[in-house]
Write a protein that binds this ligand. Sequence first.
Ligand code: HEM
Length: 527
Amino acid sequence: YTWPNPQLDELESLVYDQHGFNSRGILAGALDPCSRFNFGDTVNRSNVADWIRTAYHDMATHNVADGTGGLDASIQYEQDRAENAGNGFFNSLRHLTLGITRYAGVADFIALGAKTAIEQCGGPKVPFRGGRVDAKVPNSPGVPEPQQDLESHIAAFARQGFTQTEMISLIACGHSFGGVQHSAFPDTVPLPDGVDDVSQTFDSTPFNFDNAIAFEYVHGTTNNPLVVGHNDTTNSDKRIFGSDGNATMASFAASPDLFKSTCGTLFARMLDTVPKEVQLTEVIEPLPVKPQSVLLTYMGDGTLHLSGQVRFWDTAESSSRSAKIVWADRAGQTNSSYADVLSTNANMVAFALNDGNFSSVWYNIGPAATNFSILDESAGISKFWFEVDEGDGSGVRTEDQDGVGFALQDALMLADSSCQTTSATLSSIATIDIAVRADVSPSRVYLEYDLFNTDSSGGSFNSVNTTDAQPATGRKVAASGYNIWTVQFPGSALATSLPRTVNIAANVGDAKIATASFTPFTRLKQC
Ligand code: HEM
């Protein structure tokens, strides 16, 4: 895709900024190590297993015939069903809802959680698409349960869109992680003396993906409670794995590579099984050069400050590299003065999941002393790009998205005069000033900001609130090409309603202009 695209930019970061500088932390951070469990000390439980099971149970209500159900976060409203026994869903949702925004809802986070868990903990690469839509009500029931017979399991997977062989495979893929808990399935897993609860694992490596689930099953060494459980009624894995004469499981036991590639395909299909009206995005690939948090600030002194960062994907640190940002002015013209350095330091290195020596480096726009570039307000900017010299004689490389450049509007931006009062006698007031280019006549200028909400059934959702700004005609700087609009909040709002995704927007005719999202209000200067 082409930058900027707020939704795809956010999804790309969630998928690829996993470790190190600018990492989102919320996904891979909770899987480090893979045995990590955030909710108590039951032996053998893990976030990784809970997240994968949550994705399957959310998806398992899908009906291929009428296109209903699928991975749509309806699991938020289905946790009191017997088919969703255990507290793994509640635990997973408590964590996976933390980062929802207007660009990625609960269902996308359930899918992201499973994808990240699978990849971080030894599994195959699972291509990721975003754009799932969160259900507001439960779906029809339909998650398979271990006491049901083989025919009903074959029928349930057919309803979800999977053949019998795919059923055997997908269960083996999922049950490569985790196990069965006594508290959720007391008839299947007995409680040893001296503990409150226990989880009996499906294979000897419950925190990592590998073909032990198949190898141990085929070689008769398995301790899988759904195969060798003392209660044969709940031995569903035994009935399912054996339903083709063990052919599929034998092939997985013989070939770790076959198992891994089969699971990569089936996990991706599981995550992409959505209600028929949902249109998923393209597969999110990493951008080779990705600007982030690129913002203009109106200074009121004839200049604009350009700040932000850029990530060079799959690139190692190098002291011989020099990198520049270059831009075109509002009229699309270039000029030798429209350029500045990019700066970096030893901390600005990042890592993706399980890629060995793979790394990315980040640069700040502008010299290290300031971390911004200074633009002439009257010239403005329309797009920028980068010139990179590795210093190895190979010459200068231009990174401009195949000639398109990285577009940036200069009609609307935060003004540096934004400030906050902190008076002992008056309660604090935050003033957000917005600069609007004088040749633009907006009908409305406003802040847009995400709020985290919980509905009466305990479901989490994001809403986008807006607050309008008003023209501050008297504050126009003479000779400036920009007008000031302004909006005030109680100082406390900076921490309560504005700490998530915030941006400035304006309606101009039928069009909407918006800045990138930012969180500037933690560092508002004093009025
Ligand atoms: C006939 C189909 C299936 C049955 C009857 C079944 C049954 C079960 C049962 C009884 C548990 C124990 C849950 C607990 O104690 O909290 C479990 C755990 C689990 N299942 Fe399945 N399952 C099926 C299919 C799948 C599929 C298709 C996947 C994923 C692709 C999956 C992934 C998991 C995972 C990761 C766990 C471990 C959870 C943990 O350790 O907390 N299952 N399953």
